[in-house]
Design a protein around this ligand. Structure first.
Ligand code: AHG
Ligand code: MN
Ligand code: MN
Length: 333
């Protein structure tokens, strides 16, 4: 029997959504479409002139890659012309984009936050990259333009979140708060099929993922945790795996059991990852898959964001491993 398609699945689950008017389904369909278009470009990246840098830096003073800019445009285009989204914030844009809608009446209800291309440093070397998205219902009144407050909601308020991984196969993984489901793209047909229903972390994890090159700058608790992972005791040592694309590292750890860490460093005293575009959506997925996400002290989903491009230390994976990291931070920092 053919597995369910993403389109069929979204419609079938529409009733689980509190405001079941089909809007969220339409929104997910726009994301599905954009994912396919970005996938098309990522897949032939070596054949066209889209590798390398644009020569400009984004708002976070990071060198923007051509694919960053292209994926950003493709996602914004796919979201903007539908009567659903009232605002978009992107890692690649300085400010949020206000979408007043076709009739300019500001009646659209959802804001979308995106990291259009995650893992930029891997683009030129043919290693997996991804896209991360996060969706909220606006809090400002319908009929008025979207406000900054609509974007600065705690992650707990997300109505949906997910990622696309452009890996050995392309997958779209998402949650609306009723578990996590993964869909694999059949590239010949251009159709996503349900391949990973109800994804859950294994109860025990053995993988730790961290850029250990920054070791000397890590807080003591994290240094001690790394040594703990390497210790020959009980079911340790753990295995170290680090791709350098959050989406790919997260995806592997969710399937195999593990933890991803991006602690504060001297270059990034608040951590490197962005609360709104990276941490919150991943935290929502982690929780829905039976895992956890923390900044070392607080659940990521409980943090009240203060600015669009805010960064936080980020630890996410199996609950047991994240708890252990918090314990080490408690003791040593
Ligand atoms: P982006 O490509 O969207 O800027 O994100 C890169 C992030 C994340 O995907 C990855 O895990 C991390 O940066 C890697 O950072 P280091 O190269 O410092 O390890
Ligand atoms: Mn990223
Ligand atoms: Mn990015």
């Amino acid at each position: 029997m053919q597995p369910k398609t993403l389109g069929e699945f979204v419609i079938e689950k529409q009733h689980e959504f509190p405001y079941s008017t089909g809007e969220l389904s339409n929104l997910l369909n726009s994301i599905r479409l954009a994912a396919k278009v970005v996938n098309h470009y990522v897949n032939k990246a070596g054949l066209t002139d889209i590798l390398g840098a644009t020569g400009i830096s984004n708002v976070q003073a990071e060198e923007q890659q051509k694919l960053d800019a292209l994926a950003n445009k493709l996602f914004i285009d796919a979201l903007i012309n539908r009567e659903i989204v009232c605002g978009i914030a992107s890692e690649e844009e300085t400010d949020y984009i206000s979408v007043s809608g076709m009739n300019k009446d500001n009646t659209n209800k959802y804001v979308v936050l995106i990291d259009p291309l995650d893992g930029s440093s891997n683009i030129d070397v043919n290693v997996s990259v991804g896209t991360i998205f996060s969706i909220y219902r606006r809090i400002s009144p319908v009929g008025t333009p979207v406000t900054l407050e609509d974007f600065l909601q705690p992650g707990r308020n997300q109505v949906a979140a997910g990622y696309v991984i452009y890996g050995t196969s392309t997958m779209l993984v998402y949650t609306t708060g009723h578990g996590v489901n993964g869909f694999t793209l059949n590239p010949a047909l251009g159709v996503f099929y349900l391949s990973h229903p109800n994804m859950k972390y294994p109860s025990k994890g053995k993988i730790y993922s961290i850029n250990e090159g920054n070791y000397v700058h890590f807080p003591t608790g994290i240094k001690k945790y790394i040594k703990y992972c390497q210790e020959e005791k009980d079911d340790r040592p753990c295995t170290s795996r680090y791709i350098g694309s959050l989406v790919s590292d997260f995806h592997r750890n969710m399937i195999k059991g593990g933890v991803y860490l991006y602690p504060p460093t001297s270059k990034h005293p608040n951590g490197k990852l962005r609360l709104l575009y990276e941490c919150n959506p991943m935290a929502f997925l982690a929780e829905q898959a039976g895992g956890k996400a923390s900044d070392g002290y607080r659940n990521i989903l409980d943090i009240k964001p203060e600015e669009l491009h805010q960064r936080v230390p980020f630890y996410t994976g199996t609950t047991e491993m994240v708890d252990k990291i918090e314990e080490f931070i408690q003791i040593y920092d």
